[in-house]
Design a protein around this ligand. Structure first.
Ligand code: MEV
Length: 316
């Protein structure tokens, strides 16, 4: 093992969360200004030490903590590289808030996998990276679509359908997203389980909501291609109404969404698993985005970020 680092980005789901678990498409984008780094350094002794903001200690002690999903990934990577007893320090530095729908767990997995492959001087292709990320995402979230890992490991916006290779998608040259954090944990596993329970209790209604989200995703794809921001905003509003009907919104999210709309957002919705976490609002111009950001802060957002579509690199 050599010393090596791996990096990854935060992700924002523009539209399609939850429905993507059941085969509908979703559109997500990496936010390169919010990133995560995993640094791996070999040790001369057999100690295997982890340093993160939420767990510090021996790998073997992390099994009963929130780090367990990632720990199982690290253990599997060590076995894969025939290095089960290799001593190391793994230090994770993250600008992503945990459990806020920004893909923190998938970003952690992605950076760690990249660091291990680099430390063992082994080339890593995208399908292999996504297979490895599924190890911890499954342990952490139960039934992940793979969308988070696909986006946190990408550098351009992604069109994603479960079970298929993600494809880059072009974004318009204008328009901004304002992202705001409710400050409440997002609870992906619980939110995904809530939709699964509803699907069992009320299959027809649930399926209608999921299909309506899929239709809104396709409307967004067209809106992106035509740079039609009003149509895009309307589709975001539709998705939010459907997500609320699925039971994954929350009063704190609804409050921020109303504040954004009141400040002129073209559309606004939760992003990620919901039941807490973050929301996004679409603004036509940077000036409108600034007004919406101020309104979200006044309405109690604990943190806000801006992402201008013009900053999304051309996927070509
Ligand atoms: C979580 O960020 C996104 C969900 O659609 C779950 C998943 O896709 O695995 C809620």
């Amino acid at each position: 093992m050599n010393s090596a680092t791996g990096t990854s980005f935060a992700k924002i789901i523009l539209i399609g969360e939850h429905a993507v678990v059941y085969g509908q498409p979703a559109i997500a984008l990496p936010v390169p200004t919010i990133h995560l780094t995993a640094a791996l350094t070999p040790r001369g002794d057999a100690a295997q030490l982890i340093h993160t903001s939420y767990f510090t200690g021996a790998l073997s002690d992390s099994i009963a903590t929130d780090f367990a999903g990632i720990a199982s990934l690290v253990t599997a990577l060590l076995a894969h590289f025939d290095a089960a007893n290799q001593g190391f320090e793994l230090t994770i530095q993250s600008q992503l808030p945990a459990e806020r729908g920004m893909g923190s767990s998938a970003a952690t997995a992605t950076a760690i996998i990249r660091a291990f492959y680099a430390a063992f001087a082994t080339p890593l292709d995208r399908p292999t990276l996504l297979k490895w990320a599924a190890v911890s995402e499954k342990a952490i979230h139960g039934n992940p679509s793979g969308l988070d890992a696909a986006t946190t490991s990408a550098s351009v916006p992604q069109w994603f359908v479960r079970g298929q290779a993600p494809t880059p998608i072009a974004f318009p040259a204008a328009g901004s997203l304002v992202i705001a954090d409710t400050g409440l944990l997002g609870q992906t596993k619980r939110a995904v389980a809530a939709v699964a329970a509803l699907r069992e209790a009320q299959p027809a209604q649930c399926s209608a909501h999921l299909t309506a989200i899929g239709a809104a995703v396709r409307q967004v794809a067209l809106g992106l291609a035509q740079s039609d921001l009003p149509s895009l905003g309307a589709a975001l509003d539709t998705a939010q109404a459907e997500l609320a009907a699925l039971g994954v919104s929350a009063p704190a999210l609804d409050r921020l969404i109303q504040a954004a709309k009141g400040a002129g957002a073209l559309g606004a919705k939760l992003t990620g698993s919901g039941q807490g976490g973050c929301m996004i609002a679409l603004a036509a111009t940077p000036a409108a985005a600034a007004r919406i950001e101020a309104a979200l802060q006044a309405a109690g957002a604990t943190q806000t970020w801006r992402h201008d579509f013009a900053e999304s690199e051309d996927p070509a």
